[in-house]
Design a binder for this molecule. Structure first.
Ligand code: IPM
Ligand code: MG
Length: 361
């Protein structure tokens, strides 16, 4: 099979971790007789430096044409003080919107070898296996008006963001979440703030209606503040969590720490067009260029890509098993030193995964 991949490494450690993951992906492709054509593009701060815009139209078009998109991370202190339309994060938001990526899957699975690496007690985190389904193209991130204007009456400025949801936006993400729950342990926790927010009341009403189509799945509603607490109190109660954009952003970072490091968490963004895969961690400018970033979240994102976009579930299994084996053998990157037998760099970690994966092809 021939597959095409658009690669947008972005900034900071984005380049190192996508390089590492691509190296692994190319190796397993070749070993199984497939061809992977990749094309790389600048986005985020890297694109601002060259083109004075966080993303070019041509890049968006190339992503639309590819079989899948692999993204590293965007942002860094160098571009922090630019006006809103020139922030590196705009690139990510535009890709999400233009590719119609409304469904962000963030699986949080505590690998046994890492259960002692979490800041939470081992008995609380061991066995955690949950999926955050985050709505990705609505809510506060995209609702209009979104602006800051002068407000002479108060001698200052006035800012507004708008939390906006339509029924259809809630319906499609909730259906996807139910389908995911059906393939897992058949429990869905819908997270909202229905005691305060109108959007959450519409969300809850919509979930209740759709829940009737899924009588085999247990549905529960949870307020977002309670969910934040339950995630550290008893995370094993969760199977699939479905929630709106901003809540999902916050809760998925919190859930990531159950695994010991945010450097472990992969994600897939699916929707109506080409899907996009990216590690949940950011660009970590403080450790960029030092070959110490953990590439496992990106490699795990590539495994999700093999499963959801490239129709190669066997290769996905091979990569996921390789990650598990290399961790079982005691290798870690610098973000997870606890319980490590050997600390390795970004490239070395990718080589270990590649070596292990190739044994099974
Ligand atoms: C994420 C990130 C992004 C978000 C930022 C970089 C815009 O935090 O993917 O979770 O808030 O969605
Ligand atoms: Mg985030």
């Amino acid at each position: 099979m021939i597959k095409t991949l658009a690669v947008v490494p972005g900034d900071g450690i984005g380049t190192e971790v996508t390089d590492a993951a691509l190296d692994v992906l190319q190796a397993v492709f070749q070993a199984s007789g497939h061809t992977l054509k990749t094309e790389s593009f600048l986005i985020g701060g890297a694109s601002l430096d060259v083109y004075d815009t966080p993303i070019n139209d041509q890049v968006v078009e190339a992503c639309k044409r590819a079989d899948a998109v692999l993204l590293g991370a965007v942002g860094g202190p160098k571009w922090d003080n630019l006006p809103p339309e020139k922030r590196p994060e705009k690139a990510l938001l535009r890709l999400r919107k233009d590719l119609g990526l409304y469904n962000n899957l963030r699986p949080v699975k505590v690998i046994p070898a890492l259960a002692s690496a979490s800041t939470l007690r081992e008995e609380v985190v061991s066995g955690v296996d949950l999926l955050v389904v985050r709505e990705l193209t609505g809510g506060l991130y995209f609702g209009l008006p979104k602006e800051t204007v002068a407000h002479p009456q108060s001698n200052g400025e006035r800012s507004v963001d708008t939390m906006l949801y339509h029924t259809f936006e809630i319906e499609r993400i909730v259906r996807d979440a139910y389908e995911a729950a059906r393939k897992r342990r058949s429990k869905l926790t819908s997270v909202d703030k229905a005691n305060i927010l109108a959007t959450s009341q519409l969300w809850r009403k919509t979930v209740d209606r759709i829940s009737k189509e899924y009588p085999d799945v247990v549905t529960e509603h949870m307020l977002v503040d309670n969910c934040a607490m339950q995630l550290v109190r008893n995370p094993k109660q969760f199977d699939v969590i479905v929630t709106e954009n901003m809540f999902g952003d916050i809760l998925s970072d919190e859930a990531a720490m159950l695994t010991g490091s945010i450097g472990m968490l992969p994600s897939a963004s699916l929707g109506t067009g080409t899907a996009l895969y990216e590690p949940v961690h950011g660009s970590a400018p403080d450790i960029a260029g030092k070959n110490i970033a953990n590439p496992l979240a990106t490699i795990a994102s590539v495994a999700m890509m093999l499963r959801f976009s490239l129709d190669m579930p066997t290769l996905a299994d091979v990569l996921e098993n390789a990650i598990q084996k290399v961790l079982d053998d005691g290798y870690r990157c610098a973000d997870l030193t606890q319980g490590a037998l050997e600390i390795v760099g970004t490239r070395e970690m990718a080589d270990l995964i590649k070596g292990e994966a190739l044994k099974h092809l």
